[in-house]
Unconditional design. Structure first.
Length: 174
């Protein structure tokens, strides 16, 4: 699946929010993310899953800056990863700038290898929101949005991104 967009509240199967002033924010975010990941089926038997990363060597922070500059950016790609025994998704990983802006301010998209669940974390003015969408590849709202992007020749949508979506949709139809 090239990207997950357009889901509605009816498509969500879980999630949580924490304000930035939550005591031990990173620890709470990590614990709740892990609970959501396990309960929704993000991991396979080897604790592997997909993370969407910007193409090239740009960090999440740089990709956000570039995305909002109006320039034609390359779309993000799914990268297969494994959750190791010692991990800190919401702290060190978010602080690395590839899964967020800094510790306690995550920004990422993750998907099960079989596309059975999509998990997204984002930061807002007041706090962090994390949600899960079950079977995004079968979700009518998501498919409608992807079809619109593939069929719309908007100058605001990257051509490569639009083509990737079109190829994926065509493969589903076949």
């Amino acid at each position: 699946m090239p990207y997950v967009l357009g889901y509605g509240a009816e498509d969500l199967v879980g999630g949580f929010s924490h304000r930035y002033d939550t005591p031990r924010l990173v620890g709470r975010l990590n614990a709740d993310w892990y609970d959501l990941a396990v309960s929704s089926g993000l991991f396979d038997h080897r604790r592997e899953f997909l993370v969407q990363l910007p193409q090239g060597v740009r960090s999440h922070r740089a990709a956000l800056r570039h995305q909002h500059s109006g320039s034609d950016t390359a779309p993000a790609v799914w990268t297969r990863v494994r959750l190791l025994k010692h991990w800190d998704i919401m702290g060190r990983a978010a602080g690395s700038a590839f899964l967020g802006v800094h510790a306690g301010h995550p920004g990422f998209a993750m998907m099960a290898l079989d596309s059975s669940v999509y998990i997204r974390a984002s930061t807002g003015e007041m706090g962090v929101d994390v949600l899960a969408v079950r079977r995004p590849d079968h979700c009518a709202n998501v498919l409608r949005r992807l079809e619109w992007i593939a069929g719309n020749d908007s100058p605001y949508v990257n051509r490569e991104f639009r083509e990737r979506i079109g190829v994926w949709l065509a493969g589903r139809a076949g």
